[in-house]
Structure formats: structure tokens, C-alpha cells
Design a protein around this ligand. Sequence first.
Ligand SMILES: *[C@@H]1O[C@H](CO)[C@@H](O)[C@H](O)[C@H]1NC(C)=O
Ligand SMILES: *[C@@H]1O[C@H](CO)[C@@H](O)[C@H](O)[C@H]1NC(C)=O
Ligand SMILES: *[C@@H]1O[C@H](CO)[C@@H](O)[C@H](O)[C@H]1NC(C)=O
Ligand SMILES: *[C@@H]1O[C@H](CO)[C@@H](O)[C@H](O)[C@H]1NC(C)=O
Ligand SMILES: CC(=O)N[C@H]1CO[C@H](CO)[C@@H](O)[C@@H]1O
Length: 947
Amino acid sequence: MVMMRGRQQLLLLLFVLCATGLRIASADTNPQDAAALRSLMKKWKNVPASWGKYNDPCGAKWDGILCDGNGRVTSLNLFGMSMSGTLSDDIGSLTELRILDLSSNSLDGPLPAVIGKLVKLEYLALIGCGFTGPVPSELGNLSQLKFFALNSNKLTGSIPPSLGKLSNVIWLDLADNMLTGSLPNSKDNGTGLDQLVKAEHFHFNGNMLEGSIPTNLFNSSMHLKHILFDINRFTGPIPTSIGVIPYLEVLRLNNNGFTGKVPAFNNLTKLHVLMLSNNKLSGPIPNLTGMGSLENVDISNNSFDPSNVPSWFSDLKSIMTLTMQSVGLSGQLPQKLFSFPQLRHLVLNNNELNGTLDMGNNIRTHLDVFDIRNNKISSVTVYNSFNVENLKLEGNPLCNDSLLSDTTPCTGLQTEAPPQPVPFDVQCANPFIETIIFRAPSFANVIEYLPQLEKNLSGQLSSCTPNRLGLRPYFNEGGYLKVAIKACPVNQKKFNYSQVLNCFNLTLQTYKPPEKFGPYYVKADPYPFHDKTSRAVLIGIVTGSVLLIVGLTLVGFYAVQQKKQAQRLVSVNNPFASWGSMGEDIGEAPKLKSARFFTLEELKLCTNYFREINVIGAGGYGRVYRGKLPDGQLVAIKRSKEGSMQGGLEFKTEIELLSRVHHKNLVGLVGFCFEKGEKMLVYEFIPNGTLSEALYGMKGIQLDWSRRLKIALDSARGLAYLHDHANPPIIHRDVKSTNILLDEKMTAKVADFGLSLLVSDSEEGHLCTNVKGTLGYLDPEYYMTQQLTAKSDVYSFGVVLLELIVAKPPIHDNKYIVREVKMALDMEDRKHCGLKDVMDPVLEKMGSLLGFPRFLKLALQCVEEVGTGRPSMNAIVREIEGIMEDNGLTPDSMSASSSFSIESRTMKVGPKLPYSSASTSSSTFDMNSRAFEYSGVFPSSDGSLKS
Ligand SMILES: *[C@@H]1O[C@H](CO)[C@@H](O)[C@H](O)[C@H]1NC(C)=O
Ligand SMILES: *[C@@H]1O[C@H](CO)[C@@H](O)[C@H](O)[C@H]1NC(C)=O
Ligand SMILES: *[C@@H]1O[C@H](CO)[C@@H](O)[C@H](O)[C@H]1NC(C)=O
Ligand SMILES: *[C@@H]1O[C@H](CO)[C@@H](O)[C@H](O)[C@H]1NC(C)=O
Ligand SMILES: CC(=O)N[C@H]1CO[C@H](CO)[C@@H](O)[C@@H]1O
């Protein structure tokens, strides 16, 4: 009988072993710990599916549990499991616990005091839950604790003095709760935070802590690296003892009520981030002499004594972000400041800075923001190397009465739109999303650092989500940088519990972000672990024929992966392959000469995620953005609207065409992007704006006659190339002064021949098509007959030549330029040909009008009614060359600055290039080209406007 029972038991055991997937059960869980876990589980909803399914938490592996050889639970890690409920006192029974991490769950209720019994605990992380009530003073008994993080809950009450007994603690984080009271110290409260000499992190920001900070809280034997006391209600003076902490890297005291003088911090030579803004500090501006590690300083909005620009501005050799609003600064900024290569944000508005703003000639920095609004600057010296578009000058005397008054630095039109959260670009049904909150980044321009972070994080998460990561950065009010991460599962519908626990649990700081990002914490969004399909799949796999399924699955995965890999390879080589689904056969990759393929991601990064501020033109086709490639090259990116008419085939034709066209008087194509429904053309960026701006847009730029001849010649050469040397020939179809751009040497380049049609597409060079072009430039013959020829471009070019004389738009004051000039014409007048009242008045002031009658004659030939009466572009080139040579001007050797003058009243001009770069902020490609079809308004050449 006994024998039988034994055999039955053996059989039963074998059966159980088989049913649990042939797992060899190791140590049984200690019954006390097993009971505690079951009781804890009763108070929790949505525990991992493995919980309770198996009898033995250690042996059968409940997700998130680790045990020692005696079956005692040593680690309870349920980060981001989307659980809810409360934490019961049963936790106190797990006395061998070393790691307790329940972060990013919807747990609430009070923290049980019995956590204080877990005396072996080294890591306690209850971050981003909803715990309420006080921090139990019993937690001070956790003498082995190294990592103590209760941040981002709803804890109330004061910080218990007993925490001073956490003699091994390195990380102490109580931030973002509702804590009140003062910081306990050993002198007043028996025990206190001053005793935590091993601590490297005091993170108490975002509470309602109050009172003054005791002087004895800090001493020189401490190891503090980060002091985050910002956004509280502290009052009284900043203790001088902070200045003796040898390893301090981040000091954030901003947004409190600190008063009095800022103590000497000069010995804090490792300090990177110093934030004192929005307090009531007084006395002299802090003396930061010798603090060469500072990268991010903000001392704005205090009540410092007015002072001259301090000499330590020249010491900040590592500075990236310097913010000093309303601190009573006067005088001039030292040029040295602008030689520090990492400086990106300089915000000095609402001070008394006066005299000339002269950044010197060796600017090594690229300022993304230079805000010097509401000061007393009366003049500015601008050098070639400085990017004027980021300068904000409003509210300075300089803006009242100078040629700058209408420019963006003074009008503030470039004021940054509030940051828009950009959409993630990875898509999947069940992404895992978590946000890393960086509490003291050194930089303000995240775009520059995002690629580093992405690379670094991809490495960290690669075992769960290779190549499938989206990042979305944004700064919030406190200067905290939040980066949301969206990770997609690969070859599976969802992430499982153990993947989330092993890959995404960044709470214990095992993940090291790149330098300059500073301290961080992580908060995960809830994840839909518990919807039915996933459980069915899981149960299916467990209960089915394990080997068979594993075998089949492996084969299946392999096949899918091979296929995916093959597809990936194809799509990298040929971005057009994925577009076959549009119903058109686009075929092979375009045949490109020297133009490259950009990914959508690359173009996003170089345009700041297509931010509004980078838009330099817009119109029917879409928008044009300014961007900066990683190698520093500036580009103009023409992005077609979603669902724009042009299909993949036309797009391919266009880029093939454009990539073949290379001429120094044509704006060159750098590359293109064709991905996820986006069609973008990337052109070289031409810094000095359009011809129309130079003629009648910007004040300050004045082109003399010989310079205008040269511009006419340059653009004629560009068009002649399109007509006669491009293969196949190209008709521009939209020649106008806004499509002629001026580069840094004032060389003209013709832009936007995207509307072009291939001449060879039709017979005998004639094209029958809908009339397209721009009001004021349109060839009347083309309009009447709809026959497009190269001579239509010649007509439009003739209008541009007249604009060079008149310096007004082709239609102005209800007059049409062609008609206006013809009416005034009087060839008897040898000097002005009767156009004295019509022509640009500055022309005569700026020197003689060599060859003017011949030039005028050429222009009028170009605008002949009948196409056959007009010269070819080649003939035009030869005639302008002739005009220049006969008048002693050498067409190909005009230097950049010889005749380009600028009126200078309050503005001094640097040695290199005058203030012409102001026009960089306006459009490179005029997309407002009011292209119209038959029904448009057309000016007849007699000057009236007809409908
Ligand atoms: C610490 O001592 C000070 C001075 O006696 C007292 O005001 C404060 O309330 C004490 N703090 C705590 C947390 O007990
Ligand atoms: C800085 O350190 C030096 C040398 O240790 C010391 O003499 C000086 O008093 C310190 N300054 C401050 C402000 O603590
Ligand atoms: C600032 O501190 C440095 C070094 O401690 C000292 O030499 C200098 O005189 C101080 N400057 C002012 C304006 O107090
Ligand atoms: C700037 O302001 C200071 C102090 O008000 C004054 O002494 C100085 O002369 C001013 N400089 C210029 C160039 O106006
Ligand atoms: C407690 C725990 O499971 N920690 C894991 C968190 O993630 C890291 C990787 O970042 C793993 O190494 C840990 O085991």
C-alpha cells in the first residue's frame, strides 16, 4: 500500500514536471516569503501573468522575483508592470530583500512603516507611483541602503531626521512630492542630512520645503555631486558651506525665496550647472571667476546690484548656455565670450548693456539664440561669421532709428514658436513608451545632442528592440529636458513582462546617458499587457506541443527575418521600390549624378523637426525649410505637401533632371528624400536672399549699376545653360527676380527650375500645357497660344532686366513695368533715354550708367510681343558681355565687395562681409509664386489689368 502510494507520487511528480515544460524546480521558496508574495498579490491588480500560475515563486520563476539558494526572495522588481493597488504590510516579511523596485505603477495608499524592517535592502525605488502620506521615519533603519528614491509620488509631511542614519546612501531622491517643513540637520534635530557623507545626490526639487538651509548641512568631507533644491519655498541666505563641497557638479537653487548675498563658489571648479534664477538674491552679481567647468548658468531675475559686465565672462571657457535676464548688467560684452566654441544660448535681455555690440572677428561659436532685447545697445558690428538670424535686438535704441529697424532682429518676427511635441516616427500596434527626465542638461539645443542619445539608448535597449526606437524631446518650464522613448517590438505583437523588466527598467541608474545630459529619472507609460490575445498566445505556447511549436516558430522567424532583411536591403538601395504600391511602376532607383539620398530622419534632425522657425518659404507646392547638415553645410529643403499632385514618377524624373544640371549660376541640388509619403528636394542654401529683396526689399543693400550688369549676366548664363547645354534642354517657366538668388559673393544663381519640363518631351521644342508662370512675368504669346518655347523664358528675363533699372516689382502702383518703360522711352535723351523719372533714383548717385542705352535696348528686345523677335539666351549673354567689356568692366573678375555698398549710420561694418546676411531670414525660394491657370489675372502689355 505504502509502495503503491510512493509510485503514484512519483508518477504525479513526473506529470507535473512535464506539464510545467520540463523545468527542473530548484530551491523551493521559503514558505514565509511565498505567503508574503501571495498576500501582496491580493492587493494588486494586473500582476504579471506568471504570478500565481506556478506554485513556487522562486523555482517556477514568477516574473520580477529573484531568490537566493535558500529560497529567500532577494529582489522584487515590478517596474512598469501597469499594476494598481496598495502596498500591504506583508512586504515587511521579505527580510532578505536587497532590491525593491515597484516604480512606474499606479500603486497608491501610504508607505508601510515595515519597509524599515528590510534591513538588508540596498535599492529602494518607488518612483512615479501614487503613494500618499508621510515618509515613514522607520526607513532610517535601512543602514545598507545605497539607493533611496521615492520621487514623483504624492508624499506629504516633512523629511524625517532619521534619514540621517542612512549612512551608506549614495542616491537620495524625494523630488516631486508635496513635502513640507525644513531640512533636518544633526545640530537641531539630533540626526540629519549633514551626516550623509557618502551621498552624491540630494534631489529634493519640486516640493514645498521651507525655512532656511542650515549652514551645517554641508561640509568639505561630503561627496555630493548633485544638489537639486529648485522649485521649493526655501528662504534665507544660501549657506556659504555649499562653496566647500569638493565634487559638486550641479547646483540648482532656482525658483525659491533665497535672499542675501551669493557666497563665494570659486572653489567649485567641477561645477557644470549653476541655477540661481528666480530668487530674491541681492548684493553684487555672483563672482564666478575661475569656474572654468561651468556649462549652464542661469542667475536671472534676482535683485543684484547693478554692475558692469563682470570680468569672469571671459573665464567661462566651457559655457554652453548663459542666461542672465534682468540682473542689472551694463557695459559691453567681452569678445572673448564669443570665442568659446560650445556657446549656443546667450540670453541677456532686460539689462542695461550699452554702446556697440561687437562680437569680434574670431567668433567660434554658433549661437542658436542670442537674446539681447530691451538693453541700451546703440550699434552693432556684424561679421561674416555670425548668423544674424538668431539675434534678438528688439527694444534697443539701435532699433528705433536705423536701417535695422525693419529687419527680423528688431521686429522679432523670428521669435521662436513654443516647442511643439513632434510625432514619433516609429509606428507599431503596441509600443512601450517611457520618458526620461533629465534634470540638469548643460545644453539648450537638444537637437544637437539627440543623435548621441539615440545611439547610446539603442545600444542599451538593443536586445529587446533593435532598430525600432523613436525619441521625442521637449523642455518643460523648469528647464528639465524630457525625452519620450517609443520602442516597438520586433517579430512579436507585444513586449512580454520579462522584456520590460530587463530592458526598460532604467530606474536603478544602470543606464549611463551621454555626458552633458546630467542626472535623470525614468517614468514608464502603462502598457497593455493584459489584453486577451496576448494571454491566449501565451497559453497556447505553454500548453501545446512545446518542441514542435518552438521548432516551427524558429523556422518561421528565420524565414520572416530573411525576408525582412532582404526588403530592408532593397529599400536602402532603392527608396522608390516601396512606392510600387501607388499603382505606378516606378522601376529602378533614379539615375543620379552627385545628388544623394537623405533619410527622413536625417532631414528631421537638420531642420529641428521641421520647426516653424526654420520655414523660409511656402506656397502651393509646400514649404521650404532651412537646415544644417551634420557636416555644417546649410541647405534649403523643399518639402512637398502631403498628397501633393506630383506622383512618384514625376518626382523621380525631376530629381534625375535636377541632378544632371550643374552650373555656377544655377542653384545646385544636394539631394532628395523619398520616404513615408514625403517628397523633398535638398538644395544648396544661398545666403544673400533674392534679387527682388536686394532691389526693393531690404533697406541698406544698394546695388550699383555695374553690379546689376553682373547680376544680369550671371542669371542670363544660368538660363542659357538650361536652354542650350542641359541635355535634354530645360525651359524654366518661372523666371522672375524672386527666383534669382545672390550668394555670399553676390553671384546670381537661378533657382526653382522644378517646374521645368523637358523640351525633348514634345515635338519641335513646343509644349502644349496648362499655362503656368507668375503674374507680371508671363509671356503674352505663351498665354494666348499655350505654346511654350524657350522664348517665353526670354520674355520673363526681359522683365527682370527692366526691374534692374526700375527697382520695383513688375506690377506696382497699378502699372505694368513693360508698359511703363515703353511709354517713357525717349532715345533722344542719350543719358537716361527718357527714363530719369522711372529708374531707380539711387543708380545715378552711385556712379555712371555705363552702357545704359544698349542695356535698355536689349531688355526691350526681350519683351517683344512676338517670340521670334526676341534674342536667344545665348545672344543675351554675348550682348551683356559686350556691354561690360566695351565699358571697361571685365565680366569675370568683379570682386565681391568692389561695388556693393551699404549705408551705415548707426551700424559699423566688419572687415569681411557687410550686413547683407540679414536677408538670410527671408525666402530663398519664393513659393508664393501665384502660379495660375487660365482664369488668372493677366496684365496686358498696354498696362491695364485684365481679368
Ligand atoms: C528640526 O529642528 C528645527 C529647529 O528646532 C525644527 O524647527 C524642525 O521642525 C525640526 N525638523 C524636523 C523634521 O523635525
Ligand atoms: C578655496 O580653497 C582655498 C585653498 O584650499 C582656500 O584657501 C580658500 O579659502 C577657499 N575659498 C573659499 C571661498 O572657500
Ligand atoms: C572674484 O574672485 C576672484 C578670485 O576669488 C578675485 O580675484 C576677484 O577680485 C573677485 N572679483 C570681484 C569683482 O570681487
Ligand atoms: C555705458 O554705460 C556706462 C554706465 O552707465 C557708462 O559709464 C558708459 O559711458 C556707457 N558706454 C557707452 C559707450 O555709452
Ligand atoms: C532588477 C532588475 O531586473 N534589473 C535589471 C534592469 O535592467 C538591467 C539592464 O539595464 C538588467 O541588467 C537588470 O538585471
